[in-house]
Design a protein around this ligand. Structure first.
Ligand SMILES: Cc1cc2nc3c(=O)[nH]c(=O)nc-3n(C[C@H](O)[C@H](O)[C@H](O)COP(=O)(O)OP(=O)(O)OC[C@H]3O[C@@H](n4cnc5c(N)ncnc54)[C@H](O)[C@@H]3O)c2cc1C
Length: 527
């Protein structure tokens, strides 16, 4: 049977797209996912998230050496499993601010304004707190309070208040302040996009959903200017699948531009370098890469952290019996939005508290109770890019984040100011200061500007929110139009985090899902 649509990638957006097409249009959908089914029990246990990174459910890309990181390479986890990155992420539900979406419109993403996006968020949400003007109930995506946040996260919030940052009831309604993070969990278990969107159809064995996992799409096949299907690797063999109506690429910010380029859609000269026949010269494919960067401090505490939770039988039993306790932690338990300078029109740094002393994507976990406080740059001015290393789908792309390479040096300056805030929170207010026994990394409070910069360059890492490599717009460097149709190719769309014109001042799972939801419900019209 030829499906109406082929969706490439069963991640945050892809799951919403597939289900939306089926439920709203009674369409048949072939959903192709490179990773396996999400059967590993660790995918459900929130605090096990960091153990999934760099394992079999992760593409674990290496970036190029980064001058802004003193020449270090960073590693970028991206989900390679049903649910995509929503199956391995930190479950923080932070949608971004109204201004983010109004800024998208200013950049040519007509129809992606704050009011429209708020309506989409309300539709996708099932928020435990009940309905309000800006939040929804009854949608597929469960959003809950954390069940057992660490007292250290509460201490962090008290410390924020001592430093004049108000505690807000709902940071989506009132973004200037601090609060405990809302999480995409149901009853203390991870609630991925696959749980939200696919599970009901899979349980019902709905024949309109044809899900194939462990299938890696190699290229989109374009004939007479129109996408007619895809070629994919199935058990090591190249197979063709045809789509009656359209192909929708939802492979994420790294893989979507890579897939377009392998299909002959991208910067012509670059494609020719790799011997790829040019279908459409689209110079913006892979450009405009933006990501959130994090740098912070780790400190020892007198208790109450996640230290030992992974080996403690009591924690495991409590989790299995009641879905409570330390294993329900989503790691990023508390946040605060700040302005590093009074003249910033909007918050420019998010402070985050993890109840665990760690660095380097939690690959270094200090063997003691502790806390990590981080500063996340919300709206980077640096722009990176993604390019092909080879036309071979098995070869990862070249990722050049170019973090801290903005001409004005604003990005580094803001993170350094954010780091100063982390140090103040750890040392000045009694609320947290009384709990912290010693600083670990750095071992002393840094005051010298050069030392602060050196610390940032040594410790900075991705906060896992790359966007922008197939951005919406109508100018020459845009990749898709506001209906998410690829410029110059019929019946082909991209719908995932890659289409965001700029980063949001929040976390990117919610808008990625909303993009998928909007495509299926509102934007899919005949070519
Ligand atoms: C470690 C980590 C922590 C994060 N924490 C948070 C958080 O707490 N809160 C938050 O809001 N956001 C968080 N994010 C970001 C958020 O999860 C992502 O922005 C969002 O999931 C992106 O959705 P997407 O649909 O664009 O891509 P993805 O969800 O990554 O989906 C892309 C899918 O396409 C598949 N794919 C790729 N190439 C191919 C191919 N050739 N053929 C077939 N399939 C393919 C992939 O395997 C994947 O399943 C985190 C991300 C990571 C990695």
């Amino acid at each position: 049977m030829t499906p109406d649509h082929i969706v490439v990638g069963a991640g945050s957006a892809g799951c919403a797209i597939a289900t939306g097409l089926i439920e709203q249009h009674d369409a048949t959908v072939l959903l192709l996912e490179a990773g396996p089914r999400d059967r590993d029990p660790r995918l459900r246990i929130p605090a096990a998230a960091a153990d999934l990174w760099f394992g079999r459910h992760d593409w674990a890309y290496d970036t190029e050496p980064q001058p802004g990181f003193g020449g270090r390479q960073d590693t970028w986890p991206r989900g390679k499993v049903l649910g995509g990155s929503s199956s391995i992420n930190a479950m923080m539900y932070v949608r971004g601010m109204d201004v983010d979406y109004d800024e998208w419109v200013e950049q040519g993403a007509t129809g992606w304004d704050a009011a429209t996006m708020t309506a989409a968020f309300r539709r996708i949400e099932d928020d435990e707190r009940g309905p309000a003007d800006h939040r929804g109930v009854g949608g597929p995506l469960r959003v809950e309070h954390q069940r057992d946040p660490s007292p250290l996260s509460e201490a962090f919030l008290d410390a924020c208040e001592e430093l004049g940052l108000p505690r807000v009831e709902d940071y989506h309604a009132d973004p200037d302040g601090c609060g405990l993070t809302m999480v995409t969990q149901r009853d203390g278990r991870r609630w991925s996009a696959a749980d939200a969107y696919l599970r009901p159809l899979l349980k019902a064995k709905d024949p309109r959903l044809l899900l194939r996992t462990d299938v890696e799409v190699v290229r989109v096949v374009v004939e007479d200017g129109r996408a007619i299907g895809v070629e994919a690797l199935v058990d090591g063999r190249l197979r063709f699948a045809q789509a009656a109506e359209s192909v929708i690429v939802a492979a994420g910010t790294v893989a979507s531009p890579q897939l377009l380029m392998r299909s002959g859609i991208g910067p012509a000269a670059h494609l020719r370098e790799h011997g790829i026949e040019v279908v459409v010269d689209l110079p913006g494919v892979g450009e405009n890469l933006q990501d959130h960067v994090l740098s912070g401090i780790a400190a020892g505490t007198d208790g109450d952290s996640l230290y030992g939770a992974d080996k403690d039988l009591g924690d495991l039993v409590r989790y299995l019996r009641e879905h409570r306790g330390r294993l329900t932690s989503n790691l990023g338990e508390a946040i605060a939005f700040i302005r590093t300078h009074d003249d910033e029109p909007h918050p420019d740094i998010e402070l985050i508290a993890f109840p665990s002393a760690m660095t380097d994507h939690a690959r270094t976990r200090f063997p003691e109770h502790g806390v990590t406080l981080g500063a996340i740059l919300l709206r980077p001015e640096s722009r990176g890019r993604i390019r092909l290393a080879s036309p071979d789908p098995q070869v990862p792309p070249v990722i050049e984040p170019r973090t801290f390479e903005d001409p004005g040096g604003h990005d580094l300056r803001r993170v350094v100011d954010g780091l100063r805030w982390c140090q103040r929170l750890a040392t000045e207010p009694d609320a947290l200061g009384d709990r912290i026994t010693h600083l670990i990394d750095p071992p002393d409070v840094l005051t010298d500007e050069g030392e602060l910069i050196a610390h940032v360059r040594r410790t900075a890492q991705t906060l896992y929110h790359p966007v922008g490599t197939c951005r919406i717009g109508t100018d020459d460097l845009a990749v898709v139009d506001p209906q998410l149709r690829v410029h110059g190719v019929g019946s082909l769309r991209v719908a995932d985090a890659s289409v965001m014109p700029t980063l949001i001042r929040g976390h990117t799972n919610a808008p990625a899902i909303a993009i998928g939801d909007r495509l299926a419900r509102e934007l899919l019209t005949a070519d």
